[in-house]
Design a protein around this ligand. Structure first.
Ligand SMILES: Cc1cc2nc3c(=O)[nH]c(=O)nc-3n(C[C@H](O)[C@H](O)[C@H](O)COP(=O)(O)OP(=O)(O)OC[C@H]3O[C@@H](n4cnc5c(N)ncnc54)[C@H](O)[C@@H]3O)c2cc1C
Length: 637
C-alpha cells in the first residue's frame, strides 16, 4: 500500500483556496442523507461535530467523559496563536508559517503548515463571535502575549483558562446542534475498535462505560479526534483519561501511524516529588515571558536561592541564546534544563529542577501587574508546592506534555483508510518534530472548524450514503473481538494492578525514549517492553465485571494498548538515526549539543503499517519536500 499526501499543486499561498474550489461539493439537500461519526469532543472533535451538523450532515458524537465539556482540551492554559498582527510587530501568515516549520525542525509538510497559518485568523474571529472572553487591551482590542520560538506577540489568551473558554465556545455550538437533533450525543462511551471493510472505515464499536454494553455504530465516515498519547509515559501533564486506544486500534485495522517517537517534553512543569504521584502539573510557558530561568554556577550548591548572589548564578538560556533568551522553543529549553541538572547544577531536594525567578519582573512592573498576568498560576503553584513564587523562585523541570506523532493523514486529513479522518492531537500533521507553544489549540480548531468541513465533502460526494449498516458481518466480528478481549483481561486474575504495570512502562519510556535517547537504550527498552507485556497478560488483576461501571477495566484496556504502542515508539526512535526537535538521539548532536538532523536520509514522515501481532511494523516514507523554506540548522541565538 502506498501513501499519497494529495498536496495540491500551484503556489503555496494559493493551494488551499484552489483546493477548496476543486473539491467536489455535496448538494445541501443530500447532506442529511450522510451519517458521520465523530469520536472525541475536545477542541478538534467539538468544533468538527458542530460544524458538520451546521452544514446539514447527521452526526453522532462520542466521548469518554460524562459531558463533552470535560475533554482534556479544557486543561489548556495560556493561549492560541494567530497571525493577526494586532501588535504591529511584524507578524504575518508567512512568519507564522516559517516559525512553525522551523520550530518543528523542518519535519512538517509545508502545505499543511501554510494552510494552518492562513486559517489561524479565522479561528479568532469565529471564537470572538461565539463570545469567548479573550483578554483585551484598555482600548478594547484583543491582547497578545509572546510564546516560545517566536519573536512576535501572537498568542491570544483568556487568563490561564484559554482551553476552557475555547471549549465552552465549541460546546455551545455543539449544544445548539444537539438541540436541533442534528447531533446525537453519546457520552460515557469508549471506542474500542474501528470497523473496516475493503480498506474503508464503516463505523466503530464502543463500550457503554455505565452499563458495559458493547454497541455498534455505522457511518459513511468516521472522524477520530481522540487526543494525544503522552500518558504512555504514565507521568505526564495530560488528563488521566488521555489514551492511545482509538488511534492504536485503528492502526491495527490498517491505518498508518506516523512519527510515533516525536514527543514534546515541556520545560516548565512542577518537578516530580514522589513515587506514588499520578500526574504532573504544567506551569504555563507564558511564565517565561517574565520569569528568568537560572541555576547556581557551582555544581552541588545547596544554598537557598536568596543566598546565592547574582554573580554566582547562571541564566543559562539568556547567556546561550541572546535573541530568544528564556523564550526558546520547548525542546531547546527542556534539553538545556536536563543538561544543567546532569552537570550537577540542579536545585531542590532531588536536584532535578531549575529556578524560574520573577524577582526582576516584580521589581520592574510591580507585584500587582505580575499577579494580574499570572495570578492563578502562582496560586496553583503555591497550593501544590507550599511555596510562594512572589517571594521564592519557582522550581521547574521538564515533563511529558504533547505528542506530535499520530495517525498519518493526507492534506484532506484523511488517513490511508478511506473514510477515516483524523483531527487535532490525534493526527501527526503540522508540528513536525516539535510543536511551538499555543499551536495545538490553533491546529485542533483549524482542523475542526475550517479544514474538515470542506475536505469531508470532497470524500462524501463520491460515496453512496448508508452503504454498509451494523448488520454487516464485520460489525459482529469486531464487536465479538472487543468482548473477548475484555473477558480475557478479567479472567487473568493475577497479582499486579494495572497502575503498577503502567508505572513501570512509563519509567522505561522516560529512561530510554524520553528527553534523550540512544541506540543501546532503545534496543534495551524494546526488550523490556516485550517482557513487561508478557507479564501483564499473565499477572494483571482487573477487579469487577464487564457488565457495569468499571474503571479498572477501562484502564486495563488502555494500558494493554500502551504496552504495544510503546514498542512502536521505540522502534520509530531507533530507526531515525538523526536528532530533530523532540527526538534527541545523543549520538547525533552539534558541538553545542543541539539536535543534528540528517536531511539527506531522514527528511521524511515515517508512517508505520501494522503487520500483525507477531510481525515487524512496515515503514512507509512520505518525503518532505521544501520548496519555499531553506533547510537550515535551527538557531535561536
Ligand atoms: C496542561 C496542558 C496545558 C495546555 N495548554 C495549551 C495551550 O495553552 N495552548 C495550546 O495550544 N495547547 C495547549 N495544550 C495542548 C492542548 O490542550 C491539546 O493538544 C489539545 O487540547 C488536544 O485537543 P484534541 O481535541 O485533539 O483532544 P482532547 O482535548 O484530548 O480530546 C480528546 C477527546 O477524545 C475522547 N476520547 C479519547 N479516547 C476515546 C475513545 N477511545 N473513545 C471515545 N472517546 C475518546 C475524549 O473523551 C475527549 O473528548 C495543553 C496541554 C496540557 C496538558
Amino acid at each position: 500500500m502506498s501513501i499519497d499526501a494529495k498536496i495540491p499543486g500551484g503556489q503555496l499561498a494559493d493551494k488551499w483556496d484552489r483546493h477548496k474550489f476543486e473539491l467536489k461539493l455535496v448538494n445541501p439537500a443530500n447532506k442529511r442523507k450522510y451519517n458521520i461519526i465523530v469520536v472525541g469532543t475536545g477542541l478538534a472533535g467539538g468544533s468538527a461535530a458542530a460544524s458538520l451538523a451546521e452544514l446539514g450532515y447527521d452526526v453522532k458524537s462520542f466521548c469518554i467523559q460524562d459531558t463533552p465539556r470535560r475533554a482534556h482540551s479544557i486543561a489548556a492554559q495560556v493561549g492560541i496563536n494567530a497571525s493577526k498582527n494586532y501588535q504591529n510587530d511584524g507578524d504575518s501568515t508567512w512568519r507564522l508559517f516559517y516559525d512553525t516549520v522551523k520550530g518543528g525542525d523542518f519535519r512538517a509538510r509545508e502545505a499543511n503548515v501554510y494552510r494552518l497559518a492562513q486559517v489561524s485568523e479565522n479561528i479568532i474571529d469565529q471564537c470572538v463571535a461565539q463570545g469567548v472572553p479573550f483578554a483585551r487591551e484598555y482600548g478594547g482590542t484583543l491582547a497578545n502575549r509572546s510564546f516560545g520560538g517566536a519573536q512576535v506577540s501572537r498568542t491570544f489568551y483568556a487568563r490561564g483558562q484559554t482551553g476552557q473558554q475555547l471549549l465552552l465556545g465549541a460546546y455551545s455550538a455543539l449544544s445548539r446542534q444537539i438541540a436541533t437533533g442534528k447531533v446525537t450525543m453519546y457520552p460515557r462511551r469508549e471506542m474500542l475498535d474501528l470497523v473496516v471493510t475493503g480498506n474503508r472505515a464503516r463505523g466503530i464499536v464502543v463500550r457503554n462505560l455505565i452499563t458495559g454494553e458493547i454497541e455498534k455504530h455505522a457511518a459513511d465516515a468516521v472522524v477520530l479526534c481522540t487526543g494525544g498519547y503522552g500518558n504512555v509515559f504514565f507521568l505526564s501533564t495530560n488528563a488521566m483519561a488521555s489514551n492511545v486506544t482509538a488511534a492504536y486500534r485503528a492502526h491495527k485495522r490498517g491505518a498508518f501511524f506516523a512519527n510515533p517517537c516525536y514527543t514534546q517534553i515541556h520545560p516548565t512543569c512542577i518537578p516530580v516529588h514522589g513515587t506514588y504521584q499520578s500526574k504532573l502539573t504544567l506551569m504555563s510557558e507564558s511564565l517565561r515571558n517574565d520569569g528568568r530561568v537560572w541555576v547556581p554556577k557551582k555544581a552541588g550548591d545547596t544554598r537557598p536561592p536568596h543566598q546565592i548572589p547574582e554573580s554566582e548564578r547562571s541564566y543559562y538560556l539568556e547567556e546561550k541564546y541572546p535573541s530568544f533568551g528564556n523564550l526558546v522553543p520547548r525542546d531547546v529549553a527542556s534539553r538545556n534544563a536536563k543538561e544543567q541538572c546532569d552537570a550537577g547544577r540542579g536545585v531542590g531536594e532531588t536536584a532535578l529542577a531549575v529556578y524560574l525567578d520573577f524577582a526582576d519582573a516584580i521589581k520592574r512592573d510591580s507585584r500587582d501587574v505580575i499577579a494580574k498576568k499570572y495570578g492563578n498560576l502562582f496560586e496553583m503553584y503555591e497550593k501544590i508546592v507550599a511555596d510562594n513564587p512572589y517571594e521564592t523562585p519557582m522550581m521547574i523541570y521538564p515533563a511529558v506534555h504533547y505528542t506530535m506523532g499520530g495517525l498519518w493523514v493526507d492534506y484532506n486529513l484523511m488517513s490511508n483508510l478511506d473514510g477515516l479522518f483524523v483531527l487535532g492531537e490525534a493526527n501527526f500533521s503540522d508540528h513536525g518534530a516539535n510543536r511551538l507553544g499555543a499551536s495545538a489549540l490553533m491546529q485542533g480548531l483549524a482542523d475542526g472548524y475550517f479544514v474538515l468541513p470542506y475536505t469531508i465533502g470532497g470524500y462524501l460526494a463520491g460515496v453512496n450514503p448508508g452503504e454498509v449498516g451494523t448488520d454487516n458481518a464485520a460489525f459482529a466480528a469486531t464487536a465479538a473481538e472487543a468482548g473477548d478481549r475484555i473477558q480475557k483481561l478479567l479472567s487473568i486474575d493475577g497479582k499486579r494492578t494495572v497502575d503498577d504495570f503502567h508505572r513501570q512502562l512509563g519509567q522505561i519510556m522516560w529512561d530510554y525514549c524520553g528527553m534523550a535517547r540512544n541506540n543501546a537504550g532503545l534496543e534495551k527498552a524494546i526488550g523490556m517492553i516485550q517482557e513487561l507485556r508478557g507479564e501483564f497478560w499473565q499477572d494483571v488483576t482487573v477487579p469487577g465485571s464487564a457488565g457495569d461501571f468499571n474503571q479498572s477495566l477501562e484502564r486495563a484496556g488502555r494500558v494493554a494498548d500502551f504496552l504495544e504502542f510503546g514498542e512502536l515508539m521505540c522502534k520509530d526512535a531507533l530507526h531515525r538515526q538523526e536528532s530533530c526537535g523532540g527526538h534527541f538521539n545523543e549520538e547525533y548532536q552539534t558541538e553545542e549539543n543541539e539536535a543534528l538532523r540528517d536531511d539527506e536520509n531522514f527528511c521524511y514522515v515515517a508512517a508505520w503499517e501494522h503487520t500483525g501481532d507477531e510481525g515487524e511494523p512496515n515503514l512507509h516514507k512520505e518525503p518532505l519536500v521544501f520548496e519555499n523554506v531553506k533547510l537550515t540548522q535551527r538557531s535561536y541565538k
